[in-house]
Design a protein around this ligand. Sequence first.
Ligand SMILES: Nc1nc2c(c(=O)[nH]1)N[C@H]1C(S)=C(S)[C@@H](COP(=O)(O)OP(=O)(O)OC[C@H]3O[C@@H](n4cnc5c(=O)[nH]c(N)nc54)[C@H](O)[C@@H]3O)O[C@H]1N2
Ligand SMILES: Nc1nc2c(c(=O)[nH]1)N[C@H]1C(S)=C(S)[C@@H](COP(=O)(O)OP(=O)(O)OC[C@H]3O[C@@H](n4cnc5c(=O)[nH]c(N)nc54)[C@H](O)[C@@H]3O)O[C@H]1N2
Ligand SMILES: [Mo]
Length: 756
Amino acid sequence: MSKNETVHYDGPAGGWGSVRGIARIFAKELNSPAVADTLRRQNKPGGFMCVSCAWTKPADHHPLEFCENGAKATLWELTTRRCTPDFFAKHTVTELRGWKDHDLEQEGRLTHPMRYDRNSDHYVPCSWEEAFSAIGQELKALDPKSVVFYTSGRASLETSYLYALFARLYGNNNLPDSSNMCHETTSVGLKKVIGASVGTAVFQDFSTCDAIFFFGQNTGSNSPRFLHPLQEAVKRGCKIVTFNPVREKGLETMINPQSPTEMLTGKETQISCQYHQVKTGGDIAAIMGMCKHVFAKEDEARQQGRKVIDRDFVEQHTNSFDAFEEKVRATSWEEIERESGLDRAALEAAGQVYVDAEKVIGIYGMGLTQQVGGFESIAMLVNMLLLKGNIGRDGTGISPVRGHSNVQGQRTVGISEKPKLVPLDKLSSMFGFDPPKEKGVNTVEACEGILDGSIRGFVSLGGNFVRAIPDHDVMETAWTKMRLTVQIATKLNRSHLINGEVAYLLPCLGRSEEDMQEGGPQTVSMEDSLSCIHGSVGKHKPASEHLLSELAIVAGMAKATLPPNPKVKWDEWTGDYGKVRDLIEETYPDKFHDFNKRLFTPGGFYRGNSARERIWKTKSGKAEFTVPEALSAAGFEDREGRYRLMTLRSNDQFNTTIYGYSDRLRGIEGTRDVLLINPKEMEKLGLQEGQVVELQTDVDDGQERKVGGLKVLPFQLPDGCVAGYYPELNPLIPLSHHEKFSQTPAAKAVPVRILP
Ligand SMILES: Nc1nc2c(c(=O)[nH]1)N[C@H]1C(S)=C(S)[C@@H](COP(=O)(O)OP(=O)(O)OC[C@H]3O[C@@H](n4cnc5c(=O)[nH]c(N)nc54)[C@H](O)[C@@H]3O)O[C@H]1N2
Ligand SMILES: Nc1nc2c(c(=O)[nH]1)N[C@H]1C(S)=C(S)[C@@H](COP(=O)(O)OP(=O)(O)OC[C@H]3O[C@@H](n4cnc5c(=O)[nH]c(N)nc54)[C@H](O)[C@@H]3O)O[C@H]1N2
Ligand SMILES: [Mo]
């Protein structure tokens, strides 16, 4: 096929397109001086931290330390539109269920606490006292084991800490968060192999590494500020090798929108020196191929009295090397080529970059975590890094790029369904209670509980759970059987329209807004993807005078639910968040010592990582080499007519928030109802461009899952792989199709058939 038939966008990432991308949606907001001031303060010490991605906020920042998508996220929060009680009086909830995700959020910020009135099928305004008291009554009547406390990864460390405390005082560990659909594979996987559940690379490592290997992370759309250190790395000679089924623009070329010279001259930087369009689910095989090359080069080097593999490191710091070596040598190139979809020469060329580089960083995102074999994919990348001691040394490391801006931090301060990850003894002595020890539910288990009726109440601190989970259609039907649903949110989304018998929609402040409490204006904090903790101060005037902060809402519900306890001071904590930080410090003294003092450290303060110090908190006390069970991470066999479906994010969305219909960096405009497929496969199936098709999940579990109305769009993808957008395609993902150890839904390789 000619390249131009399937490459729809030829420009670089960044550049003028990114500026136009912002202006197109938010022209009105951009005219306000207060908005301009808020954007200037974004991601700077003493400013507020972006609500978009989790990429780090460096000490040495740019004059405008935000990107196209960070600006969109802020402007989305600061919109002038309001979704008021009048709006809800005009539309029934049933009618609103027929609206698109984009149109719901487009109504603007929620302004009043609302109660769902089942008789009229409308949301009606209520007072905060009424809402808290009713929620408290309901929670008291429910069995604590039957209630779930979900969080989407935005809420601050302070709010998250109190939310988890509330759940445990109430009587459960049912604390799933968006991480369960995202990097849970990392938390579980890295813990097994290097004994730390987060990445080891820090910001400085990107200025000294010689090579970066990128797997399944779309920097240009999802963490655009990360393009700057990448561009700087390339300019000083660092080699970037990318593995991704899709040719993502940001990993090919970029123009820095913050550089007047680059913007005016149109001078692009080529980001990846090699770009390998691996088959989805083919990364284990691809890395196996690179490791095979490393062993071949090791054999050659040995004959000349040199070495490629860092034998001292392997000897001193790792376990099970021999089994791994045996597996690599025994795996044939034929198998590797078949499973990765890449040829031997390409993998040897990639492997050679690894052999030649002294300091290497391995980066990954959802392309690895959202696979049935997600753990094995990550563990395979760790295997490769361990061969040359590329963990726990300056300029090296493993670096998962997290999603939500505080998703990593929430886990750090106790949002976890796994009680063994939480210092329960500490909580017990600090608050004088007996914390529940039984494991709580994760996202998939919460869904199973809703389906079988054992979950009766669901409290959601942000997010759009019903839209983000697998088996969307089935889950919506089951959802309404619950007794209580509570949604704390900034804007209206689909999850707010699927209600339990008793349902409340509680509007909260956004992070860029001033949070005034009894003790004065408050600061919150978050942890970024590189484990640095930052204070964040909102200064913008709140969208409505009826809004409460997330922390105040959590405290309000808790107070109305729990019996009085002299050690639990909801009002005092709400009046002064510094006191909550003291509690966090007391609970986690190693990571959070002098928390209040260090809050505004430029670039954040680093919370430490044992694996970075080469202290391996694994069962064996060493870093683990592992042998993958299978070379394919997809978790199902290939069959005639069966395709591997990837569900992707566009450049014009933040998860289920759809800003618009321009996936600029992939050149897909005006619609999200598309099926991307390569011309060869189109010909095989006799499909024409623009033809409307239906996708059906190819799993025999007695349940039919279909999504129709998808326009065929020829796109440069590996054979056997197709792609479309998340969340529209979520009805196709079976709840049981998830990563083996962490139960992260496997949204990047779903078995489907295409029905014309
Ligand atoms: N603007 C914006 N920013 C965001 C978000 C957003 O929606 N919009 N979401 C935030 C959140 S919560 C998260 S978790 C992150 C997500 O950020 P990413 O981790 O980048 O997630 P995705 O965009 O879902 O997909 C990642 C990439 O994986 C590739 N891929 C798919 N299958 C495979 C595979 O088998 N192997 C390999 N090697 N690659 C594969 C896809 O082509 C895609 O480029 O971004 C965060 N930032
Ligand atoms: N098929 C498929 N499914 C996926 C994925 C995929 O790649 N493919 N990705 C998964 C991933 S990585 C994730 S993280 C999940 C995302 O799942 P969630 O985190 O649950 O969903 P979001 O879309 O981020 O939530 C958006 C809503 O959050 C609310 N909100 C925004 N800001 C705030 C705030 O400051 N406070 C409060 N209280 N509410 C706020 C708004 O009402 C908005 O509508 O989806 C997962 N689902
Ligand atoms: Mo995520």
